[in-house]
Write a protein that binds this ligand. Structure first.
Ligand SMILES: Cc1ncc(COP(=O)(O)O)c(C=O)c1O
Length: 382
């Protein structure tokens, strides 16, 4: 059967060069980086080199990069430690954050009795910066703002610098979940005054189960996981060296090819949007996902003009045809709850139409997109 993978916001295909580097590491560099013998020292040195490389791309200091088991852990670590160690009494976030943020914040509310406020969103899902300013100034409690840079479902991009500056000017910490943007957009932490950022390698053609947190120096966070002295005592546990190597290769390759690949992927996205509009006169796009200036080039969230009965069958039908795409985020597949993001920005009537996220990569071809359009057309006609 023909297979077309358009679910790159859920995870990406690993680049061959990443696999090569990881295989090499698994086969030959098996020393424990905490060991003082040569086997261990080789791995330790390589990990520190990776840390420096990542830091250089972000214009950060190597000590500000902490490897984690992925995006979820990095988000949890930052939110939890901020409440525990920094005296944060109020978290301001938005209802369209990833569950790695939303569910963590809900837990912190229960455990620590902190106040959680949600910034207003407009009908596209943009957080209202004026409302954020009001929330920041409504009392003297220590605050942390957590707003994602690129939304994983509708692709909206926020002006991260404006939000970071507002937080800084109001003496609040700023965390941005940059899991859909690092590897796809340049971020310079000397310009972007965020205190915390997060990344996951599997979103930029690296392995799953590895990511990192950027934690600005001297913020005062303490460890979440205790044990050995790995990650300068900040995150105990033997480092996943092969994954760290994979992350490095994926990160460096992503940035080396950023201009070329992002232009190509944007072309695929624009082509897909054009073909959808040509095929379905009533097609609509959720959030800003059809606006190239306000959304990521990597995805589009499409609302198809099908009736409710057809909606139920759509993803199943596409899957039968070998097409991988997503209804909301991958974390929700298997549950019938619907998208918590779309429910914030669509009307009840709009929610009845099937919304599908198609997310692209440099492996996507026009021919694959034509196949998808044709299958959607056949589905609509039958
Ligand atoms: C915006 C965002 N935050 C957090 C995560 C969780 O990252 P991970 O899968 O590496 O735990 C994801 C992945 O789906 C994501 O898209």
């Amino acid at each position: 059967m023909r297979k077309v993978y358009l679910d790159n916001a859920a995870t990406t295909q690993i680049r061959p060069s990443v696999i090569e580097k990881m295989q090499e590491a698994l086969a030959h560099n098996y020393g424990n980086p905490s060991s003082t013998h040569s086997f261990g020292r080789t791995v330790k040195t390589a990990i520190e080199t990776t840390r420096k490389t990542i830091a250089k791309f972000l214009n950060a200091h190597p000590s500000e990069i902490i490897f984690t088991s992925g995006g979820t852990e990095a988000d949890n670590m930052i939110l939890r430690c901020s409440v525990r160690d920094l005296g944060v009494k109020t978290i301001i976030t938005s209802k369209i954050e990833h569950h790695a943020v939303l569910h963590t914040v809900e837990e912190l509310e229960k455990e620590y009795g902190i106040t959680v406020s949600y910034v207003n969103l407009d009908s596209f899902g943009n957080p209202d910066i004026t409302h954020l300013k009001e929330l920041l100034q409504q009392d003297d409690s220590k605050k942390l703002v957590s707003l994602m840079h690129v939304n994983n479902e509708v692709g909206n991009i926020i002006d991260i610098n404006a939000f970071a500056d507002l937080c800084k000017n109001n003496n609040a910490f700023f965390h941005s979940d940059t899991i859909q943007s690092l590897g796809h957009y340049n971020i310079d932490v000397q310009e972007t005054k965020a205190d915390f950022l997060t990344a996951a390698a599997h979103k930029f053609h690296g392995p799953k189960g590895i990511g990192f947190a950027y934690i600005r120096r001297n913020t005062g966070l303490k460890p979440l996981i205790f044990g050995g002295q790995q990650e300068r005592g900040f995150r105990a546990g033997t480092e996943s060296y092969h994954n760290i190597v994979g992350l490095e290769e994926a990160f460096v390759t992503a940035y080396e090819n950023l201009e070329k690949e992002s232009a190509y992927i944007l072309e695929m996205k624009q082509y897909f949007i054009k073909q959808l509009k040509n095929t379905f006169s009533d097609v609509a796009f959720n959030g800003h996902s059809a606006d190239p200036d306000k959304s990521t080039y990597t995805l589009v969230n499409v609302r198809l003009p099908f009736d409710e009965q057809k909606s139920l069958m759509l993803l199943f039908q596409l899957d039968i045809k070998g097409i991988a795409c997503s209804k909301g985020s991958a974390c929700q597949s298997g549950s019938d709850l619907g998208s918590h993001v779309l429910s914030q920005i669509l009307t009840p009537d709009e929610m009845k139409k099937p919304s599908v996220r198609f997310s692209f990569s440099h492996y996507t071809t026009k021919e694959e997109l034509d196949y998808v359009i044709n299958e959607l057309k056949l589905f609509a006609e039958n």
